[in-house]
Write a protein that binds this ligand. Structure first.
Ligand code: SF4
Length: 280
């Protein structure tokens, strides 16, 4: 603490190649998209087209956690606009939990990143624990709270699509989580209508593996920020991830097969109804 009692100033951030994204600026300004990035954007496009997610005139609000998934999603949606014969609006919204607020340098890095990829960025401060939770809290309630904020912003700004950075691995984990821990066959829908179809959640990374996103994030040095939430380690996904990796060792298409199974229901081999009154 300085002698005058003022809080210590944040260290001055120099404009380094990592914070100014020279490669991204080149790609965006001059359209020099390298083949590895084109491949990623094409894979995103595959999911978008398969589920008819985005059409002419749509307004997409991308939910930004600050992680690699949402940052790479915003990039893909921005780049795609230049290649397509349709025009749509993209903006990025970050819910900044007051209890784990962004540092000033992380905020600047995100602002620079979104300026570089030509996507308007807004960070909205919110409390993680609204009074309506009455002291209860878990990842489910946290995610629901974040969605609520995003839906409100979408309504205010006239956005008809809210895009999340959930990728193929997230969808596979959710499917297994529902099956193994909830006794239910349900997944994350790549395109989910809400409020009588006035709003849709879309998941354009549904065809992209986490591994591919990690590669993109590393190569472009995306300004990833992560919050230090103590519940992170307790999340059941951290248990499922190594199991899926083990299954992948036996069959490299295991993720794609689980994804496929969500739309490939063989009713002849499903009982339709079983007695669950004994709780089993
Ligand atoms: S790990 Fe923390 S921030 Fe992430 S969903 Fe759970 S409670 Fe929310």
């Amino acid at each position: 603490m300085p002698a005058d009692g003022a809080p210590p100033a944040e260290p001055l951030e120099l404009e380094t190649s990592k914070s100014s994204f020279p490669e991204l600026r080149r790609i965006i300004r001059h359209g020099e998209t390298p083949p590895w990035l084109q491949r990623f954007v094409r894979n995103v496009g595959r999911g978008i087209n398969e589920h008819a997610m985005i059409a002419e005139g749509d307004h997409v609000l991308v939910g930004i956690s600050g992680g690699k998934d949402s940052l790479s999603l915003a990039l893909a949606l921005s780049l795609r606009r230049r290649w397509l014969p349709i025009s749509y609006t993209v903006e990025a919204i970050h819910v900044d939990w007051r209890e784990h607020a962004l540092s000033a340098s992380d905020r600047r890095a995100l602002e620079r990143y979104f300026a570089a990829i030509d996507v308007p960025f807004t960070s909205i401060p919110m409390s993680m624990f609204p009074p309506s939770f009455r002291g209860r809290f878990d990842c489910y309630l946290c995610a629901r709270n974040r969605k609520r904020v995003l839906f409100d912003v979408a309504r205010e700004r006239g956005a008809n699509l809210v895009a999340f950075g959930h990728h193929l691995d997230d969808i596979v984990e959710t499917t297994l989580m529902n099956l193994c821990f909830r006794g239910e066959f349900a997944t994350m829908n790549p395109k989910q209508p809400l409020f009588d179809g006035r709003l849709h959640i879309i998941r354009p990374l549904c065809r992209v593996t986490e591994e591919e996103i990690v590669r993109i994030a590393d190569r472009l040095a995306l300004p990833i920020v992560s919050i230090d939430c103590p519940l992170k380690e307790k999340n059941i996904r951290t248990v499922l991830k190594p199991m899926i990796r083990e299954l992948h060792r036996h069959n490299p298409r295991v993720r794609q097969n689980i994804y496929r199974s969500t739309a490939n229901i063989n009713w002849d081999y499903l009982p339709g109804k079983i007695d669950t009154t004994d709780g089993s």
